[in-house]
Design a protein. Structure first.
Lengths: 244, 392
């Protein structure tokens, strides 16, 4: 469960995040939808405690990233936009590295990787070095790495970037599985279809502010449109960034 | 501390698999420098020998003024060349290293028993002509002394009266202390190796990690940042140390093949000496790892980091260059200055001089303190978000 209240962050003159508030409940998928440069990544970075907010409050399962950074990191699984795998390590070594950094034992890590290989269908490449992996394989390794310590809260930044149709389907299936298991999932994206297909709750962000917040149906009603795409354009008030 | 050791183990494993890291840290220094050293020695030695054994071809201007001097020179093995038109131009053009000119007043002065003028035309700034110049001057002086003694004897004076002082060299330098080249060269090479051995890893683990976008996810793990950075610096230090140890071993293997006789050198690096040198230099490895990591952390990419390194690599050269240009007597206060102290100590170790233990202690301690201070700064650098996200 994430509760964000009036979050603010500026870089010099630029107000990257200017008063964002939303909730992300357990057993739900929350989508942060917005054009490029809207402040999604900055918001996520504050959530996983790499950026201190200028103002506002974040609570993740009752913990504040600015005070309990270490505790929060233990309960978070993060799949960043840039997957950042080590190309000279095998997929298994990449995942095990994060397991060790989370203080897991060798045996725990082995058991957990066996499960993840199964769920994410990674048996073919788990012991290959990640150099030359396809985008789909990379995303799977990045997800497995983020999930190795079984975090309650999962943050994904543009998870379907660069994926083909099959990989996207597999990814969505996996994320729905997380929802079934009661995780709180937050994903940021600029792709409408992704939100429509996956998210229980949509937070539309534009220019560092929340333009609208609710379920897909609520947003359609509020905008008085038939399609989510029209609603999106109407709610953020421009077509800027949609085509990016 | 578990995070620290985890990071250390992963970085070692990753970099052992990296050909670029292995080449830079473990091959380049250990192979290149000893070979360079031996090659240099061979070259110097053979060039020197060649010159000493060459027949001395000596152009003479005005040979007819001093037939007896010419006869003497010929007896001593010089081959007299015909009179050149412009001796100065000839020397300047390096057609011959040296020309002697016997002036027209020579016969007159000679007959009067006054010093008869002979000019030696030369350019001593050209290293390669020095052997020939020395030989010619030696011959001329020898001739002068011989004639001088004869003249005194003719006048019934003992020639000994003309040499009131007798010089006799008492050479106290041992073959070891004559190993001047090695004394300058080895500390120089080791200092550079400590830095080159650390460079690639320092850049790869910081700027490289940032460039590959793996720094951000890494920092989301529940491990204090100083532990992550320290693990990285530890890896860099270990690679620098390995580089140093390999370089020393490789010198040890290569030294027996050196033309030692001509330099009066007796340089064997025993195991004991190697360990001592390694002990003295290892704080430099820590200093280098910390300094390079600190600098590379500011860079957005491996390439940007590389552009800083070109300048940094000059740092370890400074002390050796100063000592080459201006050899100073080792003094206690110098032990406080990193790189200088190691330069002096390694020189003394090679010469097998005994050095006060306190000098070792001060050198190691002062370098360690500075190295660790830099490491502390480097370890906390990624507490600034600006440095984590720069370039993204």
């Amino acid at each position: 469960m994430i509760v964000v209240t009036d979050l603010r962050k500026s870089f010099g003159e630029v107000k990257a995040v200017n008063g964002i508030s939303f909730e992300a409940r357990d057993g739900e998928i929350t989508g942060l939808l917005g054009p490029n440069g809207a402040g999604k990544t900055t918001t996520l970075r504050m959530l996983y405690s790499l950026l201190p907010p200028d103002d506002g409050r974040i609570l993740i399962d009752g913990l504040d990233p600015t005070r309990d950074a270490m505790e929060i990191k233990r309960t978070l699984g993060v799949v960043p936009d840039s997957r950042g795998l080590y190309s000279r390590l095998t997929a298994r070594e990449n995942i095990a590295y994060y397991g060790e950094l989370h203080g897991m034992s060798r045996r725990q890590i082995d058991a957990r990787i066996a499960t993840l290989v199964d769920t994410l269908d990674m048996a073919d490449f788990i012991d290959r070095r990640t150099e030359g992996f396809s985008q789909g394989q990379r995303v799977k390794v990045a997800i497995a790495r983020a999930m190795v310590h079984e975090p309650q809260t999962v943050l994904m930044d543009e998870p379907s970037n660069g994926l083909d149709v099959m990989s996207t389907r597999a990814l969505r299936e996996y994320v729905r599985g997380l929802r079934r298991d009661g995780h709180s999932v937050v994903l940021s994206t600029h792709i409408m279809q992704e939100v429509a297909a996956l998210c229980d709750r949509i937070v539309i962000i534009a220019k560092g502010e929340v333009a609208a917040n609710g379920t897909a149906d609520e947003l359609l009603q509020r905008a008085g449109c038939d399609s989510l795409e029209d609603a999106f354009v109407k709610l953020i008030g421009s077509e800027e960034g949609l085509l990016a | 501390m578990r995070g620290l050791t985890t990071v250390f183990r992963k970085e070692v494993r990753e970099n052992v698999r990296d050909r670029r890291a292995l080449f830079n840290s473990l091959l380049l220094g250990p192979l290149l420098f000893p070979l360079l050293f031996v090659g240099m020695m061979w070259f110097l030695e053979s060039a020197e020998q060649e010159r000493a054994e060459q027949t001395l071809e000596l152009p003479v201007v005005g040979a007819h003024y001093a037939p007896s001097l010419i006869r003497f020179l010929e007896q001593q093995g010089a081959v007299i060349q015909p009179e050149p038109e412009d001796p100065e131009a000839m020397v300047r053009a390096q057609e011959t290293p040296v020309v002697i000119r016997i002036l027209p007043e020579y016969p007159e002065q000679w007959a009067a028993g006054l010093p008869a003028p002979v000019e030696v035309i030369m350019d001593p700034s050209r290293q390669e002509s020095n052997a020939a110049i020395r030989r010619v001057k030696g011959l001329l002086l020898g001739y002068g002394q011989q004639i001088g003694s004869l003249r005194l004897q003719l006048r019934g004076v003992s020639p000994q009266l003309a040499s009131p002082v007798m010089l006799r060299d008492v050479d106290l330098s041992t073959p070891k202390s004559r190993a001047i080249l090695a004394v300058i060269f080895l500390p120089y090479v080791l200092m550079i190796t400590a830095f080159t051995g650390a460079t690639h890893l320092a850049m790869d683990t910081t700027a490289g990690e940032k460039e590959r976008k793996s720094l951000e996810p890494l920092l989301i793990n529940p491990v204090p940042r100083w532990q992550i950075m320290t693990g990285k610096m530890l890896t860099t230090t270990v690679f620098a140390m390995a580089s140093l140890a390999l370089t020393l071993v490789s010198f040890r293997i290569v030294l027996p093949y050196m033309p030692i006789g001509a330099f009066g050198m007796d340089l064997t690096l025993g195991l004991h000496t190697l360990v001592k040198i390694l002990l003295v230099i290892s704080p430099v490895a820590i200093l280098a790892a910390a300094l390079l990591t600190l600098l590379a952390s500011f860079a957005k990419s491996y390439r940007e980091a590389q552009s800083y390194m070109g300048l940094v690599i000059l740092i370890p050269m400074i002390p050796s260059l100063i000592f080459m240009a201006n050899p100073v007597k080792a003094e206690a206060w110098m032990m406080n200055v990193p790189l200088f102290s190691q330069n002096i100590l390694i020189g003394e170790i090679i010469r097998e001089e005994s050095v006060a233990l306190s000098w070792y202690a001060v050198s190691i301690a002062s370098t360690l303190v500075i190295g660790l201070a830099l490491a502390v700064v480097a370890a906390t650098l990624y507490n600034r978000p600006r440095l984590i996200f720069s370039g993204s």
